[in-house]
Design a protein. Structure first.
Length: 156
């Protein structure tokens, strides 16, 4: 038979005794990933990058990607930033259809930025794979190195 234990009504520890602290139980969340939709998959990003790369030396009058790339890194980065802000606005507004379109725009401009920087998607995929399975908090703490003379004020 279970023994009934009564605790004093006060939450103050007894004189001379430290208050006992219960360790928090670790919780594990299970996330269910929905099955993929039938249709295009992430390989479209590799094809998009290859298309943008193929336009790097194209005529700026014939290709939007070539025009962006010909304007330099600052303009390429500015366009990506503009698309990212538009994506955020649609997300906050809860406009799913517009968010899908702005997400596609942001991914396109990210690819243009990668081509401009001489990056290949495989480099980003490798970094994502390196971080896979790592706690987001632990990964972020590992990146806290700040260059001397370049203090940052990032939101935690």
């Amino acid at each position: 038979m279970a023994k009934k234990v009564t605790k004093p009504a006060t939450s103050e520890p007894e004189a001379g005794k430290p208050k006992a602290v219960k360790p928090k139980a670790k919780t594990t969340r299970t996330v269910t990933v929905p099955p993929p939709l039938h249709g295009p998959d992430a390989r479209v990003l590799d094809r998009l990058w290859a298309t943008v790369l193929s336009r790097k030396d194209a005529d700026p009058n014939q290709s939007h990607s070539a025009r962006l790339l010909s304007r330099g890194t600052e303009k390429v980065a500015q366009k990506f930033g503009e698309e990212a802000v538009e994506l955020i606005i649609e997300a906050v507004a809860g406009k799913t259809t517009a968010l899908i379109g702005e997400s596609a725009d942001a991914l396109y401009h990210l690819m243009v930025l990668w081509v401009d920087a001489g990056l290949r998607p495989e480099q980003i995929w490798a970094e994502l794979a390196r971080r896979e399975g790592m706690s987001g908090l632990a990964e972020k703490a590992a990146r806290r190195t700040v260059l001397p003379g370049f203090p940052t004020k990032k939101i935690p």
